[in-house]
Design a protein around this ligand. Sequence first.
Ligand code: FAD
Length: 279
Amino acid sequence: MIPPIANNFVAGETADSAVSHVESLNHDGIAGILNLLGEHYSNRQEADADADAYVSLVRQLGATNLDGCVSVKPSQIGLDVSDTAFRENLDRIVDAAADDDVFVWVDMEDYTTTDVTLDAVDDLGHRTDGNVGVCVQANLKRTPDDLARLADVPGKVRLVKGAYNEPASVAHKQKSKVDEVYRDLLEYMFTEFDDGVAVGSHDPSMIAHARDMHDQYGTPYEVQMLMGVRDDAQRDLADADIEMWQYVPYGDKWFQYFYRRVRERKENALFALRAVTGL
Ligand code: FAD
């Protein structure tokens, strides 16, 4: 049972609870991106089990009229086992999702996984005529080249700042530099990406920049934020008719994820402390 404080960031342990969270988000004009928590499985059985769970999740979502999709981590569905395990599992999730008209995002993990992830998305984006999207990270020095490649791949691309502590040989380490690159890459995407731009950020200045780019170039865009982070801003953006998607983690591996969310911001830590102590 998930304690109420963690429920701010995680939509329960089961697919049913996650889908019903999407239902309530939809009432506020926000769509949901469901992510079953789990990563870095080193045996195939665990990776196959989570891929099975995604196949049944896309079927469940497809049977509803909800605005929802899924987002999958490569190491959750076999990348740490082998490239083949990853591809076999991703293929069957994407095939099931295409049958049920449910969009599949592929999260991006550390820089050692970028090539294999982009190769898979390139292939599947063409095969499904764009029913697949991928995340790219502004902190990686390679990302401008990756975006140039992705501009010719059907599907959507989510731009984030990057969550992994990468070596300086491959990544920008200064926050101000990552912010500067993020802005430049957004501008590139608004000029080159006909299928639209996904702004994966809570940063008000990046969202304002995206809005300006949209006004200038007319390219469609969506904003994506995590469940429990700037929830009021998410509703305000949806009220302002900006396409808003909330990334909704769920599943029994919630503790580590919740702990990360609490640690990354002082406000969250204080909030958690108050909830526990009643102060
Ligand atoms: P930051 O640079 O952390 O903060 C900038 C400003 O945003 C802050 O000053 C504040 O005004 C506001 N803000 C940020 N966080 C909070 C908060 N908790 N509460 C209130 N205000 C806040 N990373 C990957 O490497 N791979 C992925 O696949 C991936 N997928 C993601 C999917 C989504 C939908 C999102 C939102 C993020 C994803 N990330 C992913 C994480 C991302 O790389 C960043 O680490 C994370 O989003 C923090 O950067 P930021 O742009 O939100 O803002």
